[in-house]
Design a protein around this ligand. Structure first.
Ligand code: CA2
Length: 149
């Protein structure tokens, strides 16, 4: 099982500011935790971060035929990007949306998620552990799909 983990703009700044919202761990710690979760489940993974919408679209497109599933935290692009939604729909890989914070209790503009429309599930408000929940969900989903043919 090969999973692509995508992180959107400014997540590389984790731990630098706003620890009350996004936690104290920095981005390198997030990557280590995600890699450890995948290793525990016997999954291969690539963890990708970009501040650029087009680069994220390119990465999703390149996942087709290479990865079995996608975990994506599109960050601010969650609330604006039809391009990322279209790319997720185009490759049609099983995808899970993750947010570190609980966006459901934040500003009105964060209540819209375009990416969610192409995702099987959303995990929010669980910090870095939310990525592990998403990874476990995808593993179970892919195994069930395989069994059921
Ligand atoms: O809660 C999440 O994971 C978000 O996707 C994070 C995005 C935000 O725009 C979404 O609404 C919810 C923001 C990521 C920015 O991360 C920062 C890290 C350090 C300092 C400031 C921002």
């Amino acid at each position: 099982m090969k999973l692509l983990i995508i992180n959107g703009p400014n997540l590389n700044l984790l731990g630098v500011r706003e620890p009350d919202i996004y936690g104290k761990e920095d981005y390198a710690a997030l990557v280590r935790r995600v890699e450890a979760c995948c290793a525990e489940l016997g999954a291969e993974c690539r963890v990708f971060q970009s501040n650029h919408e087009g680069a994220i679209v390119d990465e999703i497109q390149a996942a087709y035929g290479v990865f079995d599933g996608i975990v994506i935290n599109p960050a601010a692009y969650t609330h604006t990007s039809v391009a990322i939604l279209d790319a997720l729909n185009a490759v049609a890989l099983p995808a899970v949306e993750v947010h570190l914070s609980d966006v459901s209790v934040r500003e009105d503009f964060r209540q819209i998620s375009y990416a969610r429309l192409a995702c099987l599930k959303t995990v929010m408000g669980r910090g870095v552990e939310g990525y592990c929940e998403a990874i476990r969900f995808l593993k179970d989903y892919l195994e069930t799909q395989k069994k059921d043919g």
